[in-house]
Write a protein that binds this ligand. Structure first.
Ligand code: GRF
Length: 218
């Protein structure tokens, strides 16, 4: 661990916040060195807000219905986030699409966790779609956020083999276990200064990642 102050990270959530919990636990367990400066949710009843408060982290609800347009919401959210001067923004189950103006404000310092092996299955209902497509492998990806939805450079992937008896629920639960590994790992690498986005490419330890790092699950 370095003697420098840990990188301030702001986390955006919409729901349960189990990925947020994994980020909080990784600091507690000393496996990663960053500080969660604040958590924002677009949903008032997101359980993740409670998880943040339990950990002593400022937690805010920004209500999209209070704004006349998507752009106005994006601006208000970005302004509120900037108060915390984050070095990194993490989308951890944030279920709203952020517009290009928002993305440009946090260019090069925004990571997202997506429940599929990108570029496969961008968007919603990824587990259902992977089963319908009879995929033999499935998983989750942490990637840098760019203006293209779920399209920014991939950093790390968790992969599992799809079982014969698999259901959407079982697959989702198995993939989530891997999300809790790869998200803190990617955030930790960014906070250490080992991972960055440069000219549209993910760079790890000074080398462009040709393929995302890989963690295989059971
Ligand atoms: C995660 O599976 C994430 O990949 C998806 O939404 C889920 C969020 O879960 N986009 P949680 O709020 O972190 O528990």
């Amino acid at each position: 661990m370095s003697a420098d102050p840990p990188l301030p990270v702001v986390v955006l959530i919409s729901g349960e916040g189990t990925n947020l919990q994994a980020l909080i636990d990784a600091i507690r367990d000393d496996v990663a060195d960053y500080a969660i400066a604040a958590v924002f949710s677009d949903r008032a009843n997101a359980r993740g807000l409670e998880r943040a408060r339990n950990a002593g982290i400022p937690a805010h609800h920004v209500d999209p219905n209070s704004y006349s347009s998507r752009e106005a919401f994006d601006r208000a959210l970005a302004d509120a986030i900037c108060y915390y001067e984050p070095g990194l923004l993490v989308l951890a189950g944030f279920m709203r699409i952020l517009g290009p103006g928002f993305v440009a404000r946090f260019a090069d310092r925004m990571l997202n966790i997506h429940p599929s092996l990108l570029p496969k299955f961008k968007g919603l209902h990824t587990h259902r779609r992977a089963l319908a497509a009879a995929e033999t492998e499935h998983g989750a990806t942490v990637h840098f956020v760019t203006a293209e939805l779920d399209g920014g450079p991939a950093v790390i992937q968790y992969r599992i083999r799809v079982r014969e008896s698999e259901t959407e629920d079982s697959l989702s639960a198995r993939v989530q276990q891997g999300e809790y590994i790869i998200l803190p790992r990617a955030v930790g690498l960014f906070a250490e200064g080992r991972l960055r986005l440069e000219s549209g490419r993910a760079i790890l330890d000074g080398e462009a990642l040709r393929t995302p790092m890989r963690v295989d699950g059971d």
